[in-house]
Ligand binder design. Sequence first.
Ligand code: SAJ
Length: 440
Amino acid sequence: MKRISILGLGYIGLPTAILAAQAGYEVCGYDIDQEKIKQINKGNPVIFEPEISDRLWKALQGGLFKVSHELQYADCFVITVPTPFKEGNRADLSYVYQAADAIAKRLMPGNLVIIESTIPVGTTEQVAQFLEKNSDLKLGKDFFVAHAPERVLPGRIFKELIENDRVIGGICQQSCKLTQLFYSKFVKGVVHVTDDKSAEMIKLTENASRDVQIALANQIASMCKVANLDPYHVIELANKHPRVKLLSPTCGVGGHCIAVDPWFLIETFPEQTQLFQVARAINDKKPLTVIKQVLDKAAELKSRNISRPKIFVMGLAFKPDVDDIRQSPALQIATELHKHADALELNVYDHNIPLHVLQKYPFQIVSDVWHGIAWADVILVLVKHKEFALMHQDVFCGKVVIDTCGLLYEMQSRQTSAILEGAVKVDTAFWKTGAMKDLA
Ligand code: SAJ
């Protein structure tokens, strides 16, 4: 196996292509987006991910990596295209089939096709049959197919691509063998071998399990609100139990995996997924609860003669320390609050998201967090980016803070730590001048 074609140069495909080239394969990355191909060829990875620019540049210089909007013949094709959901929360497999269609036209005897995209149980087999039907080749004899779901966390993609264990599921033994061979060149984690359907089920249950655990954390937060307790404190101490590992409540579950993948199971197994359905409902409701909380606070401030309270949103990404706003609950909250211009003024800040992306949205963007804080009556913390957690809690002095992600608790924990004491440099003189309105 020498030549590899990787289809879909996004958050998974591009890093995988770069690593495969660095491992010695001749790699051609393929994408339908011509502008993306142009940018990658210039050394611009288009996505924000630690190490990626440097690794891309080295791969381009190394001579084993190129990208094209024409799919190249190869020994192995790797499908890393998105699988969003369409109406009725059903998996949209159109990108997977578009990729399979392109591969079918180039399929040669001995080829291996790997699907890394997350897919409903049974899809690998269906795609394999599609390839057989649309080529002159016999499945399991002339060409081989496997599912090898990606498992990496944005922000740690290269580390996790190399170090995580992987599960691969082939439609036959030879498919497993070839797939294991492909990954063995750059994966240091254990490659666990199974069948295609088990691999699909494993990937989906991993993400559904996380969704259920986050729903549990959100329920704990709701109970704590009623009981006037700090859920982050409750969870931190509960996690001191050796067999308890609760996750954290946030403003909602976003991104393109955790909030999507449980639906692929619900779609296939409607009778056996009650718990996943409830978890989805709890997590989807969370942004609506936050919106209501802000509107209630705005109404309360109005009754205290602040006619249009100034709301400053901190964080818009779907989770901390990423630039990704796809299916972001924070974005959903800001977009909805913006519609209530009669009741409040809104300013939004997120240093991780490029300005040209933010400018597509109707709300007002602030590029200086200190100005935003000083300007606001209410600070709405939606994402706990690490830079926010390094601020001193005094920056919020005199403000109403609606904290949806435990920023204040983390600030307090950090500030009791001797190591960080004095290491956090914050110019408090500036904000203090405008922050003395007693609103709380
Ligand atoms: N979230 C919480 N509370 C938490 C942890 C996360 O509300 O305690 C929220 C985040 O804020 C975010 C959402 O959940 O909005 C999803 O974030 P995440 O960090 O759980 O997951 P993703 O979408 O970045 O990546 C997940 C990972 N899956 C698991 O951890 C089981 C990753 O390993 C997968 O590769 C990826 O999905 C994928 O592509 O499936």
